[in-house]
Write a protein that binds this ligand. Structure first.
Ligand code: FMN
Length: 329
């Protein structure tokens, strides 16, 4: 599958954009384990235009994680076009537009999924951004605003006509937020629409290697995007890619091996940000990783781990966890 001339291979699996999750270190780890395309967290176009320092830092990407997409959001076509030009200078491979974020502070102000209630504006933004940059522009959105307005089949064609080069569909409506089950049938319908020429990327509730394979087989999508299942578990891409290429499940990865991966993620996080911010970012992954789920008497270590504020402190706790629970324990 290709987005313009970027070859993403057969049955590619992408890391979804996720605020406060897809930081540089995590993207790099996912890439090393086989993610074919990684996305930054969404970046506010208004803050980019105002050169807000913290926002500008979100544009930092490195060559090892390529191909990488930077995602922006906003509701003003002019500001989105200006932000797109700023993003272009950061040299990502792809620029993605967020028309799917359901949270009140975004959708409630008419950006993200809020644009599903104002399609003319969504299309105006898309055209303005496509015209503003040379980069391939892609869109990520949802099925529609709510159950009675699942507009995605028509919307997909309209977005394609604006010049986007791939479309990601999260199989939920805005009203669903993150509840209920993702509905892939409409994603399949978009893909089967003979008028669609651009790649269609399916997203929503893909948590196992078998489900990735099923999504390709049943819905015919060009790529599958994985979000929450990757929290604290960048090796999920290794498990998924192995299954897609061999049809077999990868033998279980040892506790010690997974600990080493998290240790490397801490190192990368600190190297790419600084010790304080690097550790703040890693906490989310440590809190969510399935590696520590169900460990007996883990509560105190968990609290200490999530409070540690130096690498030395954190790695000393990792050593204790490994001697207590590791395969050689
Ligand atoms: C913590 C969190 C942050 C997210 N941030 C973004 C974002 O910045 N941009 C975006 O397009 N989607 C964002 N999403 C949505 C995901 O990209 C994805 O569409 C959604 O989680 C469904 O996929 P999943 O079931 O594989 O998690 C976020 C989701 C979560 C859980």
């Amino acid at each position: 599958m290709k987005i313009r001339d970027i070859d993403l291979g057969e049955k590619p699996v992408f890391l979804a954009p996720m605020e406060d999750v897809t930081d540089p270190a995590f993207r790099l780890m996912c890439k090393r384990f086989g993610a074919d395309l990684v996305y930054t967290e969404f970046v506010s176009s208004d803050a980019l235009v105002r050169s807000v320092g913290k926002t500008m830092q979100k544009l930092a990407i490195c060559d090892e994680e390529r191909p990488v997409a930077i995602q922006i959001y906003g509701k003003d076509p002019g500001a989105m076009a200006d932000a797109a030009r700023i993003v272009e200078e950061a040299r990502p491979d792809i620029l993605d537009l967020n028309f799917g974020c359901p949270v009140k502070r975004v959708a409630g102000k008419g950006a993200g999924a809020g644009l599903l209630q104002d399609v003319p504006r969504m299309l105006e933004i898309t055209r303005a951004v496509v015209d503003a940059v040379k980069l391939p522009v892609t869109v990520k959105t949802r099925l529609g605003w709510d159950d009675s307005h699942k507009i995605i089949v028509t919307l997909a064609e309209q977005l394609q006509d604006c010049g986007i080069e791939a479309l990601t569909i999260h199989g939920r409506t805005r009203a669903q937020m993150y509840t209920g089950e993702a509905d892939w049938t409409l994603i399949g319908e978009v893909k089967r629409n003979p008028r669609m020429r651009i790649p269609v990327i399916g997203n929503g509730d893909v948590t196992t290697p078998e489900r990735v394979a099923e999504c390709f087989a049943r819905y015919g999508v060009d790529a599958v995007m994985v979000g929450r299942a990757s929290f604290g578990r960048p090796w999920i891409f290794k498990e998924m890619k192995h299954y897609l290429t061999t049809g077999e499940l990868l033998p279980p990865l040892s506790f010690d091996w997974q600990m080493d991966v998290l240790r490397e993620q801490v190192r990368q996080s600190v190297a790419r940000l600084d010790e304080r911010r690097g550790i703040l970012h890693i906490r989310r992954h440590l809190a969510a990783t399935p590696l520590f789920k169900g460990l007996p008497n883990f509560r105190e270590l968990r609290i200490a781990m999530l409070r540690a504020d130096t690498v030395d402190e954190l790695f000393a706790l990792f050593d204790r966890i490994r001697t207590t629970y590791g395969s050689e324990a």
